[in-house]
Design a protein around this ligand. Structure first.
Ligand code: GL7
Length: 842
C-alpha cells in the first residue's frame, strides 16, 4: 500500500499540517462532536460514562497529532531507538495523565465545568488497564513516561491481554478472584493497526539443506498465528514528544486456516482459530514465581517474535548493513521473560538473512541488555527442554549452540573446573533438564543490571558471581525510580500546588533535585501548617474511600499506617499483623484511663493481591480480616486501633492511598526485596518509612537520612546466621515472650479460623522461620514505639515528612532513564520541534 499523499504539496498534507486548537470553545466542540459522531449518542441517553468516552476521544485526537509527528521526526533524523521489551505494563488510567502531560488539564477542567461536568468525576469513569502484577510492570510504565519526557527515541513492546490481573474481592474475609475483562467498554486510547500483522510460528520440524557448500536450517512451524499491533500513545511532559507502547494481540492466521477448512473439518478449524486468540487472553497472575506452562511460553515467544520482526522491518528501510544494527538499536529485556528475543534475532540473522554465526552474535550481543529484578529462586525462569524443544525446536538448537561455544571458552579459561562449567551452563542437567533463562540473558547481553545498589551488589557476589568474575565490566546498577508526573502531580494536586509555591514554579516536576534547595522550609511553622492541611485533605479522601468500600469509620486524626504491595511471605505482611495483635493485647491490658497516654490512635491498612495459588498469602489476608473483625468491633479499643484490608489494590487506588499515608511499611527480610518502588512514591508524598535495610530503602536512608526513617531489623550479612540459630532452638526461645503470646492468642482461637491460622503460623514456628520474623520482631516493636513517640510531636513529624519529600529527587525515574540511556543504550535524546502556540491556535 503506497500512501496516497506521497508529495508534500498534496492537498492532504496541507490539510494535515494543521493542529487542533485548544481554546475552551474548540475543546467543547470536539467533545460534542465525539458524542454525536463517534458514540452516536443523543442528548437523551448520554451518561457520565459517555462523557468520559467523548472527552477521551478528543484528547486522543490531540495525542495522535503529537504521536505521528514524533515518529516522523525520528525517522527523518535517522536516530537510534531503544526497544523496551516487557511482558507487563501497569500503565494506570490515561485521561488525567494525558491532560497533565499535554498541559491541557486546566483548559479541559474549565471547558467541562462550563458544560456541567466535573472533570474529576469524569476521570473516575475510566477502567484501570492492569496488564501487570506489581512493581515490575509499574516500573515499565514509569519508564515509558520518562523516556517520552526526556525525548528519547523509544518504543515499548508488550502484550494486549484481554484479561488483566484479576479483580480482588473480599468475601467472608477470603480473597476471591474475579476476571478483569477490561475492554468491555472499549478502549478509546488504543489505535488498532489493521495493517501491522506478523506471522508467528510454533511447533513443527527443522530440516538442513546444503546450498553452495553452506548448511542452511529451515524451520517449518506447524501452527501459525498472527500478532496484530495495538498502539498506545505515551505523551511526554513539557515536550511535544509522544512515544508508542505497542501491544500485540494474537489472532488466527487465515493463510494457515484455509488448509484446514479445505480439508473439510469446519469445527476443528474454528477451534484452532480460537486457540490462536487465546494466547494473549490472560496475564499470568504470579508475582515473583514462574509458571512453567506452555501457554506462557507461547506468550513470551509471540511478544519476542513480533517485536523483532517489527524492529527488523524498520531497520531494513534504512538500507544499512547488519553490522550497523547495534548503532541503531538497543533492546532492553525487562527480566528474563522476553529473553527468547536473543535467540529469535540469532535465528533470523543466520537462518534467513544468511549471516555467519559469529557475525550474527556480534550484532545480537552488542544490542541486547538485561535487567534482573529478583534473586528469589522461585522466580528464576527455567524452561523444560522437552517443552521448549517441542514448541520452538530451532530455538532450542540455537541455545545449545550458544552454550556449546560459551562453555568451550570457559573450559579453555578454567580447565577442569567442573563446578564453574555447571553453574555457568545455560542448561541445568538432571532428571528434568531445563534451560536457565537468566544465564541465556547474561551470555547474550553486553550489559546486565540490578535495580538497586544492594541488589546489584548481591548479584555480583552471590547469584551471578561466576559470571561477574568472567566479565566484571558487564555488570551495572540502575536504581529504580518512579515518575513524579503520575505520583505527585496527578495523585497529589494539593502537594503539587504547595511545591509550586515553595519553588516559585513547577520546575521540580522535571528536576526533582531542585527541591533540595528549599530544605529550610521544613522548620517554617506556616509551611508546616499548610503541609499538614494537604495531608489532611488527602486523608479525608481516603477516609471516604474506606467508608464506602469497607464500611469502616476511621478517625481522621489517627495515624494512617499503610502497607500496600503484593502479598508475599518475604514482604512480611504477617509480621505487621502480628504486631497489630501485640498492640491490641497491650491496649487491652492497660487500664482504660492510661490508654491514650500510652498509645497513639492508629488506623492500620493493608492492601495487595495474593497469587491465586499461593495459599499462605491467602491465609495472611484471612488473618488480617479476622483481626480487623475483632478489633474494629471491640468497644474498649474504640478509635485507638482500627485495622482495614483495602480491597483490589491497583494503580488508581494507589493514587488515593499513597498521598494519604503518614507511615508506610517496607519491611521485607534483608536481601530479598530487589528494590521496591512504592517506597519511593511514599517518600515523595511525605510519608515516613518504617523499614528494613533492604532494596532501595538503603538508598532512601542515604538520601533522606536514617534519622528521618524508622529503620530496624537484621542486615543482609546477619540473615543466614540468624536462620541457623533458629534451626537449633525452640521457637518459643527465638520468638521471645511477646511474639509467643501473640501466636498463642491466635492458636487459642481468639480470632476464629483456627485451622487456617494455625497452618499460617506453622510457616514460622517449627524451626521454619525462613523470613526471620521471629528474629526481627523485637526490633520491629521498638521501631513502632519510636513511631508513636514522634507522632505525638506534630511539628517534628511534619518536619521529617517535608524533608523526606524534598530529599527524594534521586528516585525520579528521569534519573534512572538518563542512566540507562547514557550507560547502557548509548542513546541521544531527540526533541521534536514544538509547534508554536500560534500555530496550534490557527
Ligand atoms: C520486582 C521486585 O520484587 C521489586 O523489588 C522491584 O522493585 C521490581 C522492579 O524492579 O521488580 N521483581 C519481580 O519479579 N517483581 C517485582 O516487582 C514482580
Amino acid at each position: 500500500n503506497t500512501p496516497v499523499a506521497s508529495q508534500s504539496t498534496s492537498k492532504i498534507w496541507k490539510l494535515m499540517e494543521k493542529y487542533l486548537p485548544n481554546s475552551k470553545e474548540a475543546i467543547q466542540s470536539s467533545v460534542v462532536n465525539h458524542v454525536e459522531y463517534t458514540l452516536a449518542k443523543t442528548r437523551f441517553d448520554f451518561t457520565l460514562l459517555h462523557c468520559y468516552q467523548a472527552v477521551s476521544h478528543s484528547v486522543r485526537d490531540r495525542l495522535i497529532e503529537a504521536f505521528n509527528d514524533t515518529y516522523q521526526y525520528f525517522n527523518n533524523k535517522d536516530v537510534k531507538y531503544v526497544y523496551y521489551l516487557s511482558l507487563e505494563y501497569l500503565i494506570g488510567r490515561c485521561l488525567q495523565n494525558a491532560l497533565v502531560n499535554l498541559e491541557l488539564e486546566g483548559q479541559y477542567k474549565e471547558a467541562m465545568l462550563d458544560m456541567g461536568y466535573n472533570l474529576e468525576s469524569v476521570y473516575e469513569q475510566e477502567v484501570d488497564p492492569a496488564l501487570g502484577n506489581g512493581g515490575l510492570g509499574r516500573l515499565a510504565a514509569c519508564f515509558l513516561d520518562s523516556m517520552a519526557t526526556l525525548n528519547y527515541p523509544a518504543w515499548g513492546y508488550g502484550l494486549r491481554y484481554s484479561y488483566g490481573i484479576f479483580r480482588q474481592q473480599i468475601k467472608d474475609g477470603y480473597q476471591v478472584e474475579v476476571p478483569d475483562y477490561w475492554l468491555d467498554r472499549g478502549n478509546p486510547w488504543e489505535i488498532e493497526r489493521l495493517d501491522v500483522n506478523y506471522q508467528i510460528k510454533f511447533y513443527g520440524s527443522i530440516t538442513k539443506k546444503v546450498e553452495d557448500g553452506k548448511e542452511r536450517t529451515i524451520w517449518e512451524g506447524s501452527e501459525i498465528i498472527v500478532a496484530r499491533a495495538y498502539d498506545n500513545p505515551i505523551p511526554g511532559y513539557n515536550t511535544f514528544n509522544t512515544i508508542n507502547l505497542r501491544l500485540w494481540r494474537s489472532l488466527p492466521s487465515s493463510e494457515f486456516d484455509f488448509k484446514s477448512f479445505n480439508q473439510g473439518d469446519y469445527f476443528k478449524a474454528l477451534e484452532s482459530r480460537q486457540r490462536a486468540e487465546f494466547i494473549t487472553s490472560v496475564l499470568y497472575p504470579n508475582d515473583s514465581t514462574y509458571a512453567g506452562k506452555e501457554l506462557r511460553l507461547k506468550q513470551q515467544y509471540l511478544l519476542v517474535s513480533a517485536t523483532i520482526q517489527d524492529a527488523i522491518r524498520r531497520f531494513k528501510k534504512k538500507r544499512k548493513e547488519w553490522k550497523e544494527w547495534p548503532k541503531y538499536n538497543a533492546l532492553q529485556l525487562n527480566d528474563t521473560h522476553p529473553a527468547l528475543a536473543i535467540v529469535e534475532l540469532m535465528r533470523i540473522l543466520t537462518d534467513i538473512e544468511g549471516l555467519e554465526y559469529e557475525e550474527a552474535w556480534e550484532v545480537v550481543y552488542n544490542s541486547f541488555a538485561y535487567t534482573n529484578h529478583t534473586i528469589l529462586p522461585e522466580a528464576l525462569e527455567k524452561w523444560g527442554v522437552e517443552l521448549l524443544g517441542n514448541l520452538l525446536p530451532r530455538h532450542l538448537e540455537i541455545i545449545y549452540n550458544i552454550n556449546h561455544i560459551f562453555l568451550e571458552k570457559i573450559s579453555r579459561k578454567y580447565p577442569n573446573d567442573w563446578r564453574k562449567l555447571s553453574t555457568l551452563s545455560l542448561v541445568e542437567e538432571g532428571t528434568h533438564k531445563t534451560i536457565r533463562m537468566a544465564n541465556l540473558s547474561i551470555v547474550g547481553s553486553h550489559a546486565v543490571n540490578g535495580v538497586a545498589a544492594l541488589h546489584s551488589q548481591l548479584l555480583t557476589t552471590n547469584l551471578f558471581k561466576d559470571f561477574y568474575e568472567l566479565r566484571p565490566a558487564k555488570f551495572q546498577n540502575k536504581t529504580n525510580g518512579v515518575t513524579p508526573r503520575r505520583w505527585i502531580r496527578c495523585a497529589n494536586p494539593g502537594l503539587s500546588a504547595l511545591l509550586n509555591d515553595v519553588v516559585g514554579s513547577d520546575d521540580w516536576i522535571l528536576d526533582m533535585d531542585i527541591l533540595k534547595n528549599f530544605q529550610k522550609i521544613a522548620d517554617d511553622p506556616a509551611i508546616q501548617n499548610r503541609w499538614m492541611q494537604v495531608k489532611r485533605q488527602n486523608k479525608e479522601k481516603l477516609y471516604w474511600w474506606v467508608k464506602e468500600r469497607c464500611g469502616v469509620d476511621l478517625n481522621i486524626d489517627s495515624l494512617f499506617d499503610i502497607q500496600v504491595k503484593r502479598i508475599h511471605e518475604y514482604k512480611r505482611q504477617l509480621m505487621n499483623i502480628l504486631y497489630v495483635i501485640r498492640r491490641y493485647l497491650d491496649i487491652k491490658k492497660t487500664p482504660a484511663e492510661e490508654r491514650r497516654k500510652l498509645f497513639v490512635p492508629r488506623s492500620i491498612m493493608f492492601g495487595g493481591k495474593a497469587a491465586p495459588g499461593y495459599i499462605t498469602a491467602k491465609r495472611i489476608i484471612r488473618l488480617v480480616n479476622a483481626v480487623s473483625q475483632k478489633v474494629n468491633n471491640d468497644q474498649e479499643v474504640g478509635d485507638l486501633l482500627k485495622v482495614v484490608f483495602l480491597p483490589n489494590y491497583n494503580v488508581s487506588n494507589a493514587q488515593v492511598i499513597i498521598p494519604a499515608s503518614e507511615l508506610s511499611q517496607h519491611i521485607s527480610t534483608a536481601g530479598l526485596e530487589a528494590s521496591g518502588t512504592s517506597n519511593m512514591k511514599f517518600v515523595m508524598n511525605g510519608c515516613l518509612i518504617i523499614g528494613t535495610m533492604d532494596g532501595a530503602n538503603v538508598e532512601i536512608a542515604e538520601e533522606v537520612g536514617e534519622e528521618n526513617m524508622f529503620i530496624f531489623g537484621a542486615r543482609v550479612e546477619q540473615v543466614e546466621e540468624l536462620r541457623n540459630k533458629m534451626r537449633n532452638s525452640n521457637y518459643r526461645d527465638y520468638f521471645g515472650p511477646r511474639l509467643t503470646e501473640v501466636c498463642d492468642a491466635i492458636s487459642s482461637d481468639l480470632f476464629g479460623y483456627k485451622y487456617d491460622l494455625d497452618a499460617l503460623l506453622d510457616t514460622i514456628r517449627n524451626k521454619n522461620d525462613y523470613y526471620i520474623l521471629g528474629a526481627d520482631f523485637e526490633s520491629y516493636c521498638e521501631a513502632q514505639q519510636r513511631v508513636d513517640n514522634l507522632y505525638r510531636n506534630k511539628s517534628e513529624w511534619t518536619k521529617k515528612s517535608i524533608l523526606n519529600s524534598l530529599r527524594s529527587g534521586k528516585f525520579s525515574s528521569d534519573r534512572t532513564i538518563r542512566q540507562y540511556a547514557e550507560e547502557i543504550w548509548d542513546l541521544e535524546p531527540c526533541e521534536i520541534p514544538n509547534p508554536s502556540k500560534s500555530e496550534k491556535e490557527r
